[in-house]
Design a protein around this ligand. Structure first.
Ligand SMILES: Nc1ncnc2c1ncn2[C@@H]1O[C@H](COP(=O)(O)OP(=O)(O)OP(=O)(O)O)[C@@H](O)[C@H]1O
Length: 296
């Protein structure tokens, strides 16, 4: 099956600064991919490149096998909810639905109205009368009603309360189940991603650190915990991503499957949060074999 997104040595520079560099990742169709990384890591830059809003300074990026920017057909298959979705403040929600209907051949008006109903958002309201969270919800409705095959969401949960975040994640799961949509969403809130996302791309300082299926990545890593004084006796073959010591205990995240290390050491798979925090806390650690390899 063609990948929904494929980037090969993709890079984007602003002046002398590389916002994203040597990014080689593939996201298979039908996945829900979490794009994580600290502030300024390059997440928005990657999403903008995939959306075709900015041009690469190096490398290439394609959607469903077509180079980005090559074809209007490919554009119709993509919806992008940017971080600060700039909806015209004087327009009503109904105006935006009219635009959506006129501009998008696959527009699903029933879906849009049903979702706005469920949110209790009257379509006569002007955008400037809505709260930040309500605006984000409207932006998401516009993106969903386009019925895209690839949905790109830049921090869709940031301005939402916990209930609304849960609701949005449920809607995204429903969308995937009904239409097989591929979703790439950036977020800082790992807990919200656990039940929904099955693919992970972690970027840090403009570089991709890990990318792949979440279940596979978790199976390839182990949390090792035991006495700090015995740390030096652990075998060198454990590829340590990061380690911490609290009091007398040492905790290591290793890139290796679970193995018996002796009675003093407890081994278990990491949670998604531990995996992400382990890598983001160690910017030089990368699980990728090399910049030319595309990691599925
Ligand atoms: N238009 C621009 N001009 C100059 N530098 C930019 C521009 N856009 C982004 N950058 C820089 O590129 C780097 C990556 O920014 P980006 O917005 O992609 O990060 P991010 O991971 O989305 O961050 P955040 O989580 O804070 O939204 C940052 O150092 C940022 O300052």
């Amino acid at each position: 099956m063609t990948d929904a997104v494929e980037a090969v040595r993709l890079g984007r520079r602003y002046g002398k600064i590389w916002a994203l560099r040597e990014c080689s990742v593939a996201i298979p169709a039908g996945r829900v991919a979490a794009l994580v990384g600290p502030n300024g890591a390059g997440k928005t830059t990657l999403l903008n490149l995939v959306a075709g809003l900015i041009q690469p300074s190096a490398g290439s990026v394609s959607r469903f096998g077509q180079p980005v920017g090559d074809s209007a057909v490919s554009l119709a298959r993509v919806a992008y909810m940017a971080q600060d979705s700039a909806l015209y403040p004087t327009f009503t929600v109904a105006d935006l639905l009219t635009f959506g209907r006129k501009l998008n051949p696959g527009w699903d008006d029933a879906l849009a109205r049903d979702r706005l109903d469920r949110l209790g958002l009257p379509t006569r309201k002007r955008i400037r009368q809505l709260s930040g969270g309500q605006r984000a919800q409207v932006a998401l409705v516009l993106a969903l009603a386009k019925r895209p095959e690839l949905l790109l969401l830049d921090e869709p949960l940031a301005s939402l309360d916990p209930l609304a975040r849960h609701d949005v994640m449920a809607v995204l799961m429903e969308t995937v189940a009904l239409y097989g949509t591929t979703i790439v969403l950036s977020s800082h809130i790992i807990a919200d991603l656990v039940e929904t996302c099955d693919w992970l791309v972690a970027v840090n300082h403009g570089r991709v650190q890990i990318s792949g299926g979440i279940d596979e990545l978790i199976a390839e890593h182990t949390v090792v915990r035991g006495p700090a004084e015995a740390r030096a006796l652990l075998p060198d073959r454990l590829a340590v991503v990061t380690e911490t010591a609290d009091g007398r205990q040492a905790t290591l995240l290793t890139r290796s499957g679970p193995e018996t290390l002796g009675p003093a050491w407890a081994v278990r798979p990491p949670s998604l949060d531990e995996l992400v925090r382990g890598y983001l806390g160690a910017p030089d650690a990368a699980a990728l074999p090399g910049p030319t390899s595309i990691v599925r």
